[in-house]
Write a protein that binds this ligand. Structure first.
Ligand SMILES: Nc1ncnc2c1ncn2[C@@H]1O[C@H](COP(=O)(O)OP(=O)(O)OP(=O)(O)O)[C@@H](O)[C@H]1O
Ligand SMILES: [Mg+2]
Length: 203
């Protein structure tokens, strides 16, 4: 954590263990990364529904949604992309500490930004699960639900990930989803199984 100067951390009266125990919850972050149209938001919202319907406190942080509010002052330069992920990483850590399962879906194209969020969680003793939505760009481009690839190819969007901006695939993702041959429900089950394996949820 950076040194904020003349500011002192105020420890709460409750421990995290006591909070989780009293509220019967468990906090951690599930981080979906992948190209635009790879399926992050689709799988994330299905996972959120699956968890909530079983009474598990979960909440989605989605790239597009966060850019409407908290990060509405950020663009898509490398610095702004890094700041976008840094802020979301901090928010995810707070939600996770509160006892929520955070389901984050962000292209998050740079490995160092994602690794920094992982480190933030590990330093805080919180689970961090990286899910690589591994959909080839040709498939993403064919899906193109928002018409963004079409615009990027036409030169109407500069710095589009996978077209004229890099995507650095994870090297140690806990879960890898090949969406061109795994349907949404099966992708959700794969992630839920992993969460059960590490004890973040009970099946
Ligand atoms: N197995 C699958 N998993 C997820 N999405 C799938 C799958 N098969 C087909 N799709 C389709 O692919 C599209 C994925 O779009 P989605 O908005 O979820 O992508 P995204 O990764 O969130 O993109 P962005 O980064 O632009 O927000 C949807 O139209 C969805 O219906
Ligand atoms: Mg999305």
């Amino acid at each position: 954590m950076s040194d904020p100067g003349n500011i002192t951390w105020h420890e709460g009266e409750l421990s995290r263990a006591e909070r989780f125990d009293a509220l019967r919850c468990n906090g951690g972050t599930v981080w979906f990364t992948g190209l635009s149209a790879s399926g992050k938001s689709t799988i994330a919202s299905a996972l959120e529904a699956r968890l909530i319907r079983r009474g598990i406190h979960a909440y989605r942080l989605d790239g597009d949604n966060v850019r409407h509010g908290l990060n509405s002052n950020l663009g898509f330069s490398a610095d702004d992309r890094a700041e976008n992920i840094r802020r979301v990483g901090e928010v995810a850590r707070l939600f996770a500490d509160s006892g929520c399962i955070v389901i984050a879906s962000f292209i998050s194209p740079y490995r160092s930004d994602r690794d920094a969020v992982r480190q933030l969680h590990e330093d805080a003793g919180l689970a961090f699960v990286e899910v690589f939505v591994d959909t080839p760009i040709e498939v993403c481009e064919q899906r193109d639900p928002k018409g963004l690839y079409k615009k990027a190819r036409a030169g109407e969007i500069a710095g589009f990930t996978g077209v004229d901006d890099p995507y650095e695939p994870p090297t140690r993702a806990e879960v890898v989803l090949a969406t061109e041959r795994t349907d949404v429900a099966s992708c959700v089950e794969r992630v839920a199984e992993h969460l059960a394996t590490i004890g973040l949820i009970s099946q």
